[in-house]
Design a protein around this ligand. Structure first.
Ligand code: MAN
Length: 565
């Protein structure tokens, strides 16, 4: 057995306090937590926890001399406090795992803290003359009363305070979890709405596509109809009808002309016959006859013959011969041309009247023409010629407009579908919880600015002195980061936190574009706890939100899976 060189005071105290009775009657050495009691059961021998091959007499426990390399023989003193600290449970669970392990086998001096929560206090603080109520509310860490230090047991009072706080914290956590569940329900509902939208839009697109096809067919149909109307219209146009009538009339007149010429020629022959008879009669009649009637007839004949009668105009006869010929010969009228001529010609002739006039007259008459044309249009003599409509009929225009409108609707619906599908691809965190917070803004007053964080949207720095607003970044993605924090037992532990990353904000003068990393913590409310500018124009925020509190997803997941089935 090795004896320490501790003070006489401590040695005396030790004799009476090595073993402390426990509630259930069993006893364990001072400073030993229940979970380590099993290592201290043997009344004669103690095996160092991490190095069981090293054994000392049980009386060496808490004799204020450090025998074991892991300090396990001094759970109630500070004799082994120079040994580095190690995660308590991991060592306790694997005694002897590493013979060269020179870290402490124990997490610290165990304070029972009756009326409060048991806790460990670092070995350095045992009997250091200071009451460490944060860890040891029962004052048991100062059991040796070094320098007269007496730490009263404050566990009842501190325990009550702690329970009050803890109760509040628990309530807050319960409320946070309830809020998170609400967020999850909201996010699920929003996601479902978008999924429903996708289905609806897909159906709508199919319907639009069918309509577009039908309207395309309609347009083609109307165009064809218009085309055929145009062709039919040409045959029945005023000029064409007039040409037909004229042609018939000309034919009729021509036939009559031929008939009349025929009759004329016959009459001529008869006249010639009569003239010959009368001429012979004059030569053969008896001039001595006293027949007055014969005398008058001969005299009239002589008058008639004296006038001299031609047998017709030969030039006119040639003309009449030409006219009498049918029109399909070279010299006749080209009726076919007029029968197929488009109606518009006559209108165009009126509309382009100026083109038929001498240029010198055009400018003088232009105004009068316009007024006159207006008069004709107004009074229905001319149909209005619409420049805008071009050559397309109203029916074609209507069909084209209907098609265009439907194609536009199809395009817009396709765009909506694309947006919804893209949205469903975005990472909104576990169970899409942040979907419910998108666009929700929170602010914090800090010095000359108020800082604003709009979830999954942007961060802003607003000047309180009228200096305007500065964009500190646009939302880029959900990420994570590790931070170090002190846990309940006073240990520094590394924890992972969800982050919201905002980039490409307003560019800093001579520096980078502003960016913000928002580190999220579980909390009942959405709240900015702290804002800092870690580097010039590189900001970080600590924000609490129920969205990152643990749990709640399971309940939400069940109906969603059901929905999918
Ligand atoms: C403003 C603020 C500050 C920033 C400077 C950089 O004053 O945005 O946060 O550091 O500009 O010039």
């Amino acid at each position: 057995m090795i004896f320490s060189q501790s003070s006489l005071f401590l040695a005396v105290s030790l004799a009476a306090s090595t073993v402390v009775a426990t509630k259930d009657g069993s006893s364990r050495p001072r400073g030993v937590a229940p979970e380590f009691a099993k290592f201290y059961k043997d009344p004669d021998i103690f095996a160092c926890i991490s190095h069981p091959a090293l054994q000392v007499s049980s009386s060496a426990i808490n004799d204020d001399y450090c025998d074991c390399p892991d300090g396990s023989d001094e759970p109630g003193t500070s004799a082994c406090s120079h040994i580095s600290h190690h995660s308590p449970l991991s060592v306790a669970d694997r005694p002897g795992a590493n013979d060269l392990d020179l870290t402490s086998a124990l997490p610290g001096f165990y304070c029972k803290n009756k009326g409060h929560r048991p806790s460990y206090v670092p070995f350095q603080r045992v009997n250091d003359g200071i009451c460490d109520y944060d860890f040891c509310c029962d004052g048991s860490d100062e059991w040796a009363h070094v320098g007269g230090t007496k730490c009263e047991d404050r566990c009842k009072e501190l325990g009550k305070e702690w329970r009050k706080k803890e109760d509040k914290r628990q309530k807050s956590m319960t409320a946070a979890l309830r809020k998170k569940k609400d967020l999850l329900v909201d996010a699920g509902r929003q996601e479902k709405e978008i999924e429903d939208d996708v289905q609806r839009l897909e159906t709508e697109i199919e319907a639009h596509e069918i309509k577009v096809k039908n309207l395309e067919t309609d347009l083609e149909e109307v165009q064809k109809q218009e085309q055929s109307k145009l062709v039919r219209g040409r045959k029945k146009g005023k000029v064409n009808v007039l040409a037909e009538v004229a042609k018939d009339r000309v034919e009729e007149l021509r036939e009559n002309l031929i008939e009349v010429r025929k009759e004329r020629d016959e009459t001529r022959l008869q006249v010639k016959e009569l003239e010959a008879i009368l001429s012979k009669f004059k030569e053969e009649y008896n001039p001595n006859s006293n027949d007055e009637g014969v005398k008058r007839a001969v005299s009239s004949w002589e008058e008639y013959a004296a006038k001299g009668h031609s047998d017709g105009n030969h030039a006119r006869d040639r003309d009449l011969d030409e006219i009498s010929k049918p029109d399909d010969e070279k010299s006749g009228v080209n009726w076919e041309h007029w029968e197929n001529e488009e109606d518009s010609c006559e209108m165009d002739a009126v509309y382009h009247l100026a083109a038929y006039l001498p240029p010198s007259l055009v400018s003088f008459l232009e105004d009068q023409f316009i007024v006159f044309r207006g008069f004709l249009e107004k009074n229905g003599f001319l149909s209005k010629k619409s420049v805008e409509s071009g050559s397309e009929s109203q029916a074609v225009q209507d069909a084209r407009e209907a098609l265009k409108a439907e194609e536009k609707s199809l395009g817009e619906t396709r765009k909506q579908l694309r947006n919804r599908r893209e949205d469903l691809e975005i990472n909104y965190g576990p169970a899409s919880v942040f979907r419910a917070l998108k666009g929700v803004c929170i602010v914090r007053d800090a010095g000359e600015y108020t800082y604003e964080q709009c979830f999954l949207d942007q961060t802003k720095q607003n000047s309180k002195k009228g200096g305007g607003s500065m964009r500190m970044g646009n939302f880029q993605r959900i990420g994570s980061t590790t931070i170090e924090e002190v846990n309940e037992t006073g240990d520094i532990v590394t924890v992972e936190r969800t982050t919201l990353e905002y980039v490409r904000g307003q560019t800093c003068w001579n520096g980078p574009a502003r960016s913000t990393k928002v580190v999220l913590e579980c909390g009942e409310n959405n709240e900015i706890l702290k804002v800092s500018e870690d580097e010039r124009c590189v900001y970080s925020m600590i924000v609490t939100t129920p969205a990152v509190c643990a749990g709640g997803e399971e309940e939400d997941a069940a109906p969603r899976v059901k929905d999918e089935l």
